[in-house]
Design a binder for this molecule. Structure first.
Ligand code: PLP
Length: 264
């Protein structure tokens, strides 16, 4: 039997990102998903129009009551809004949690999904516990304290491994970058003992504005494949392939007037 998984993230009522994208991904990939909501957003494919953060004590209650009933090892985090929420989540993760952390900072429209002052707390309390991290290039720069977006993701990734001894794998998402030729390049790094392996994964560049929720979907797909007992390298590659497959499918299936969701 596949293991159950949990997402701890924000709600996107338009169904493209956040908790909704996570649950769709879990279900499509055949994994049972629990979902703890950290914030409500009011958004559609055209932008985010507001957000309300759930009381941290109530976030703690959600995590505790679910986990005492359904033991879950694979947990994915997304939008965490502020430092208090991050501390609450970190304090309530069981010791043996396998944490897949999507270090969500901004929506594609530029709306902040994490207070800027909370980045230090995110690094110290959550990323320090994460086994898998899925930053895009701007998030990678932010996590390393770099002013410029990194040119060499492999070098930057290795610096993250040095800073976070618990970290086992990193996917640097190429979606924000210009395609290499007509290919999008994602860079995977994973650690086995003292060896750091790197692998570049390419997919055809598809000109579409329907990429809302791709980050949430990737991190959830990694979590789901791990719960399906895939090894780390396979989980990362299969999750990237899953997102690429959905981006290609958006050419036939489009919702909304803005950045449309992935059709799972
Ligand atoms: N809204 C919520 C609630 C999210 O958790 C996320 C996750 O990253 C997003 C929006 C961002 O989606 P996008 O980057 O596609 O705008």
């Amino acid at each position: 039997m596949n293991q159950p998984v949990m997402t701890i993230a924000g709600s996107d009522p338009s169904g493209g990102a956040g908790i909704q994208a996570d649950l769709k991904t879990f279900t499509t990939l055949g994994v049972y998903g629990a979902a703890v909501i950290t914030a409500l957003t009011a958004q559609n494919t055209q932008g985010v129009f507001g957000s309300i953060v759930v009381d941290p004590a109530f976030i703690a209650l959600q995590i505790q009551r679910v986990l005492e009933d359904i033991p879950i090892r694979f947990i994915k985090t997304g939008m965490l809004a502020n430092a208090e929420v991050i501390t609450t989540v970190a304090d309530n993760l069981p010791q043996d949690t396998f944490l897949v952390c999507d270090p969500v900072m901004y929506a594609k429209s530029g709306y902040p999904l994490l207070e800027k002052e909370a980045i230090t707390t995110l690094k110290e309390e959550l990323i320090s516990r994460a086994r898998v991290l899925t930053p895009n290039y701007p998030e990678l720069a932010e996590l390393l304290g770099d002013v410029f977006i990194p040119e060499n993701a492999e070098e930057s990734g290795k610096r993250l491994f040095q800073a976070y001894p618990n970290l086992q794998a990193l996917v640097v998402k190429g979606g924000h970058r210009s395609p290499v030729g007509n290919q999008v390049e994602d860079i995977l790094l994973w650690r086995e003992g003292t060896t750091i392996h790197t692998k570049k994964v390419y997919h055809p560049y598809i000109k579409t504005q329907n990429t809302h929720g791709t980050g949430c979907t990737l991190a959830s797909a990694i979590t789901a494949y791990l719960a399906r007992h895939e090894n780390l390298e396979n989980a990362l590659v299969k999750a990237i392939d899953y997102v690429a497959f959905l981006i290609q499918k958006t050419q036939q299936e489009t919702y909304g007037k803005g950045h449309g969701p992935l059709p799972h």
